[in-house]
Design a protein around this ligand. Structure first.
Ligand code: UFG
Length: 338
């Protein structure tokens, strides 16, 4: 019986492959269509772990390919990362987000039903909380309006799963609501796949520091926050990966069909604080400017993470400075190898 990791060549997916291997899991299968990643990720996973993961190049929105995969492999559980993840891109191209993020989920669930695969971990996002009045947010916090099509796809994904467990009594699902995953593997050998147009703050910071981008733009300096910039809960990608390994064990003994867990550190950090921390720990000075707000951004969100701590026995190990150090180490590694 195998564990299927979708989006295994991606940022969180590849760090989770590493932790699964480190924890002694065998029979791991990864699928990816490399839309936002690269096949070379698997070589990095092998460099760190010594293990070659079995891989498929598949677009999960294609039902035939998805079915073929389930036909060929006996899949017992799925960690479903594969999805688009950029807020601004989703505002520009909402249909691509609905098609990709929801089409793949529906196909996977269909195959789960047909091939009796009953355990699924779903990558959701703190973006489902919208502009919440209650901070930190708990899993019980009433969800406010999603601010972007990306956030909508995560909200709808959760709804689809809630309906699916009602209809299919064997299905067990854990929804993990990630806060903002950043940083890189402690070896500096694996991190967020390089992209010419980084989707997120930290890759933009590291590329600016490396001279690949001229200037970091900070979107909005007049939010009602401590320094006027948005607040997020940045969490180390390896801490997020660890939580998946613990969630796999929790899934097999869970006494309900579906559960939701926040994966954050509990610390609300502003964009300017991230920049300052990066500058300090890496002894660098960043060229940045505060510009207009970005469409689709929420003002502030950070987690109450006590449910994940209690149910998974998980605790985030890394602080902001380690996140910023490892992100820079990864950027330097990329520069040396290009
Ligand atoms: N930001 C900038 N400049 C940039 C990029 C981002 O100021 O060049 C700001 C944003 O406006 C926001 C903060 O940095 O205030 C974080 O933005 P990101 O784009 O890094 O992250 P988001 O909060 O928009 O969303 C991210 C991912 C999602 C993930 C979500 C929480 O895009 O995939 O965090 O899990 F789901």
């Amino acid at each position: 019986m195998s564990i299927l990791v979708t989006g295994g060549a991606g940022y969180i997916g590849s760090h989770t492959l590493i932790e699964l291997i480190n924890q002694g899991y065998k029979n791991i299968i990864s699928v990816d269509n490399y839309s936002n990643s690269d096949e070379s990720t698997y070589a990095r996973v092998k460099e760190i772990t010594g293990v070659s993961v079995k891989k498929y190049a598949i677009d999960l929105t294609d039902k035939k390919s998805c079915t073929r995969l389930f036909e060929e492999e006996k899949i017992e559980s799925i960690i479903h990362f594969a999805a688009f993840k950029s807020v601004p891109e989703s505002v520009e191209n909402p249909l691509a987000y609905y098609h990709n993020n929801l089409g793949s989920l529906v196909n996977i669930l269909d195959c789960c039903r047909e091939y009796s695969c009953n355990q699924l971990i779903f990558s959701s996002s703190c973006s489902v909380y919208g502009n919440s009045k209650e901070l930190p947010v708990t899993e019980e916090t009433v969800l406010s309006k999603p601010e972007s099509p990306y956030a909508q796809t995560k909200f709808f994904g959760e709804q689809i799963l809630m309906d699916a467990v009602k209809a299919y009594s064997n299905l067990r699902v854990i929804i993990l609501r990630y806060f903002n995953p950043v940083g890189a593997h402690k070896t500096g050998l694996n991190g967020e796949p390089a992209s010419e147009t980084p989707n997120n703050l930290v890759p933009y910071i590291t590329q600016t520091a490396a001279g690949l981008k001229e200037q970091l733009q900070i979107f909005g300096g007049n939010y009602n926050t401590k320094d006027g910039t948005c607040i997020r809960d940045y969490i180390h990608v390896s801490d997020i990966a660890d939580a998946h390994i613990l969630a796999l064990s929790y899934l097999s003994k869970m006494d309900k069909q579906i559960d939701i867990l926040n994966l954050g550190t509990g610390n609300g950090v502003s964009v300017l604080e991230v920049v300052k921390s990066f500058e300090k720990v890496n002894n660098l000075s960043l060229n940045y400017a505060i510009v207009d707000r970005r469409d689709g951004d929420v003002e502030a969100v950070y987690a109450n993470n006590s449910k994940a701590i209690k149910l998974l026995g998980w605790y985030p190990k890394y602080g902001l400075e380690e996140m910023m150090k490892s992100a820079w180490k990864w950027q330097l590694h990329l520069a040396e190898n290009n």
